[in-house]
Design a protein around this ligand. Structure first.
Ligand code: SF4
Length: 204
């Protein structure tokens, strides 16, 4: 099948691994991590993704070919903040080669592209746009302090409970708080636990 789109996008890194988090944890997936983010989470574990360098711009066609050749059934577009860019050309090209396409976003820029799975991971530091709450199949809230649980409920209330699955994920440096989150989920069973399983087994 032809890859039809000619466009460029800044990519910090791309790699074939297993999805570590959320609903699709354990699934083989090709990650495309765009460069650039202005959300400013103080606990961000990919701060090197915040800036964009000219040399990071790659042809969409090239990165899609690599994803196709990897044999991955799923491409995950993440960041950085991928919605800073028009994702139409990238997602159309990925569809053209017959792969599923997922996105993980904080939803702070207008939505673009065609996705099979949308993970909204809202951040306190910059509000998500309203459109993402009705689009999200998965809401993943990172828990840094116990007060974040209250905020997580406010975010969940904006979603469609018939469509969206709700996940609480301990921030990696606070993973000792997982017991608190487990207790919370047991008392509030519309939530599920997401852990960064890739970090436990030391894969990207
Ligand atoms: Fe880091 Fe993601 Fe927050 Fe951006 S939105 S600062 S990439 S955790």
């Amino acid at each position: 099948m032809e890859i039809i789109e000619e466009s460029r996008i800044p990519v910090m890194e791309h790699f074939y691994t297993l999805q570590g988090e959320g609903q699709w944890a354990g699934s083989p997936a090709y990650f495309i991590r765009t460069a650039g983010c202005d959300v400013g989470c103080h606990w961000c574990d990919v701060k090197e993704s915040w800036t964009v360098k000219e040399e990071q711009y790659v042809k969409v066609e090239e990165v899609v070919k690599l994803a196709r050749d990897s044999k991955a059934p799923i491409v995950v577009v993440t960041g950085g903040e991928p919605t800073m860019y028009d994702l139409g050309p990238l997602t159309r090209s990925i569809k053209t080669v017959g792969l599923r396409i997922h996105i993980e976003t904080s939803g702070v820029y207008p939505f673009s592209g065609e996705f099979d799975w949308i993970t909204l991971s809202p951040k306190k530091f910059k509000a998500s746009r309203e459109e993402y709450y009705s689009l999200a199949q998965e809401l993943k809230v990172v828990i840094y302090t116990k007060h974040d649980l209250k905020w997580a409920e406010k975010e969940a209330a904006k979603c469609n409970p018939q469509k969206t699955r709700f996940y609480l994920q301990p921030e990696w440096s606070r993973k000792d708080r997982v017991g608190l989150i487990i207790d919370y989920i047991k008392a509030n069973p519309h939530w599920r636990l997401s852990i960064q399983s890739h970090k436990y087994i030391n894969i990207p």
